[in-house]
Structures are given as C-alpha cells and as structure tokens.
Design a protein around this ligand. Structure first.
Ligand code: OSB
Ligand code: MG
Length: 370
C-alpha cells in the first residue's frame, strides 16, 4: 500500500454540556481528524488527544507536530505493508501513542474499505450491538448531578460512571446509588486525583458496591494500586497507567488491576487494543471500552472493538447526542441501552466533509511524499 497524502484537520465541536473531571472543565472538543489518501482509496481516523496535556502528556498541537516532523515522513517514504505495518514502522518514535493510533486507524479504514471488510469483523467482533454506559462529569452540586443522571437513566444507559475527586466523592456516590437502587451498575473514575494517604477514605466507597474504581493514583504508581487493591473490596481498574499489552500484563500480575479499561488511542492503536483484549481474556480479566469524547469516527471504531468477547462490562460508548448536537458522521443512536456495531466496510460511517470544513479551526495541514 502506498500513502500519497496525510491531511490533518483540526476542528472544534461544542459539547452539549460542560464535562468536568479531576483535571479540569471542557466546554468543547477540539479534535484532530486524520484523512489519508492511498493507492487503494481514502480513510479517516480520529486522534483522541485533548487540547491540553492533562489526561496524558499528548495534546493536539504536539500531535500535529510529531506527525508532521516524524511520523508522516516515515509513512510517506515508500510502500508500506498495510495497517499492520504502521506500528512497527513508527516504533522509532518513543511514545506519542495517540498520534500513532490515529494514523493507523485512518490507514486501516482505507485498507478495509478497499477489501470490503468492517472494523468489527477484522477485529473479531462476536456481537452486533454493544451495551453502553455513560461517563458523568463533576457537577456544581448534587441536585444538578441527579438531574443529569436521571436523564441518562431515562434514556436507557446501562451503567453510570461518576467522575470523582477529593471533596466530590462519597456524597455524590451515595446520592446516585440511592437514585439507581441496589441493582444499578455504578462505577467511579478519579483520573489520578488521590494518593496512598487516601486509602482509608477510598475504603468508604466499598459501602456503595461499585463495579470498580478507575485510576485513583498517578499513572506511574502501579505498585500503589496493588496496595490499594489489597486494602479495599471495590475492584481497581487502571486507565491512564495501561499504555501497552505488556504493561497490562505486568499490572495484572502485580494485582494492581482486576479489570482493564481499553482505549485504542492510549495504547497506540486498535491493533494493540485487540492484542490487549486477547491477553486479558486469556487471564480471565474483564475489559471494557473507554472513551475520549470521540466524534462518530472514533466512536464507530470503539463500538467495533467493544463487540469483542472479552468486553463484558458496558463501555463509555455513549450515543452521539450525549456529546454533540451534531456529529461529523451519521449519529450513533441509543437503542435499549445499546449501540449497533457498524457493518459497512472500514469504520462503516461516512464523514460529512462539509461539516469538517465548516468546523475547521484552521486550514488543513497537507503532508505528502517528496
Ligand atoms: O478518564 O475515561 C476517562 C474523557 C476524557 C479524558 C479521559 C476520560 C474521559 C471520559 C469520557 O471519561 C468518556 C466518554 O467518552 O464518554
Ligand atoms: Mg478514565
């Protein structure tokens, strides 16, 4: 396969409501879309990096720079052996997994469209729809939080995830547990906001029978998560820490994570995400599909990934209208708490290129061979 050009589109999309986590508030999604033109056809990928380096060290401007300076030249230099060859070719650059993942996704989309194969069948999906949860940001107060959660319950979401931080944890969790009742699926995500000094406090969450607590401590502190996991009953699930299959296996063997959040961007691509799923399945570790406020492009690929057999917990694969009034593809619509796995070739969704143009924050960056 030959890549003729890589176009980077930086677009801004307002969120339907602000999204607050322990690392800040977001009111819009500034996102980088990758459009590749190849000898077998075109493909689109989405980069999950945020506009600021708060969730991870990657951020949109850095992604643009590393693609322009290093990654695109490597892919444009000569023919490549398809999407499977992308990660090995880009290994000379340390890290920058979200940038690499977006390129691989765009190339995989082009390749599978040419072959008439969907992302789901290429990954080994065993379901035609996936169970959906919703990630609920930190609210100004409990009553606003309960209104938001009630809306999602009414829409049919099968699981609620609450963002927590010191000062916003036991009280909101108690209130939402009360709203959902004992049988409602509830989990929390701390996005690294706690330390080992908080173990006794976090143990109080055990009373609410959560599915899991996601990433309480900083990403490098895998050993600290193992200590916490031994001290509390709530299962510990890592997100930020798990940057590759080998890190996942190490964390599982250390007892630091008994459930894994899989995000293709964080691990360097969908193909690595599929390998991580396999490693977890072999070890009897349940996984679920994380989200990064994706547009329909990334969402289509996430839903395909979440259809693999080891994804036994509902994912952060919410419908388009949970994020955006209008999506850059046809919208994903919730149906009895599930989203359908696209069946068309590649991602199976169509990019509305007029909207990509309308929402552009600057001229697209066009990188080509020679
Ligand atoms: O930690 O899962 C996270 C969004 C941005 C950055 C990090 C996270 C999230 C979410 C959103 O929780 C999940 C979604 O896309 O619905
Ligand atoms: Mg998380």
């Amino acid at each position: 396969m030959r890549i003729h050009a890589i176009e980077l589109h930086r677009i801004g999309m307002p969120l339907v409501r602000p999204f607050e986590t322990s690392f800040g508030v977001q009111t819009s999604r500034e996102v980088l879309l990758v459009h590749v033109r190849t000898d077998v056809g075109d493909g689109w990928g989405e980069c999950v990096a945020g506009v600021d380096p708060f969730y991870s060290s990657e951020y949109v401007s850095a992604v643009e720079d590393v693609i322009r300076s290093y990654l695109a030249p490597a892919l444009l230099a000569g023919p490549i052996g398809g999407a499977a060859a992308v990660a090995p070719l880009l290994r000379f650059v340390v890290g920058h997994r979200m940038a690499k993942a977006a390129l691989e996704a765009a190339i995989l989309d082009a390749q599978l469209r040419a072959d008439g194969v969907s992302f789901g069948s290429h990954f080994g999906a065993t379901r035609d729809r996936v169970d959906c949860g919703v990630s609920v940001g930190i609210s100004p107060n409990i009553s606003t939080l309960l209104d938001e959660v009630q809306t999602y319950v009414d829409q049919g979401y099968k699981r609620i995830k609450l963002k927590i931080k010191p000062g916003w944890d036991l009280e909101p969790v108690a209130a939402v547990r009360d709203l959902l009742g004992a049988g409602g699926l509830l989990q929390v995500d701390a996005n690294t906001a706690y330390t080992l000094d908080d173990v006794a406090h976090l143990r109080e969450l055990d009373a609410f029978h959560l599915l899991l607590i996601e990433q309480p401590f900083v990403e490098e502190d895998i050993g600290a998560h193992a200590v916490l996991a031994r001290a509390i009953e709530t299962p510990v699930c890592l997100d930020e820490s798990i940057v590759s299959t080998s890190v996942a296996v190490d964390a599982i063997e250390q007892g630091a994570t008994s459930i894994v959040n899989i995000k293709a961007g964080r691990v360097g691509g969908y193909l690595e995400a599929v390998r991580m799923h396999g490693a977890c399945l072999t070890r009897g570790i349940p996984v679920w599909c994380g989200g990064m406020l994706e547009t329909g492009i990334g969402r289509a690929a996430n839903v395909a990934l979440a259809a693999l057999p080891g994804f036994t917990l509902p994912g952060d694969t919410s419908a388009s209208d949970r994020y955006f009034a209008e999506d850059v593809t046809e919208p994903f619509l919730l149906d009895e708490g599930t989203l359908p796995v696209p069946t068309g070739p590649g991602t199976g969704v169509t990019v509305r290129t007029g909207l990509v143009r309308d929402w552009a924050l600057r001229e697209p960056l066009v990188l080509s061979a020679g």
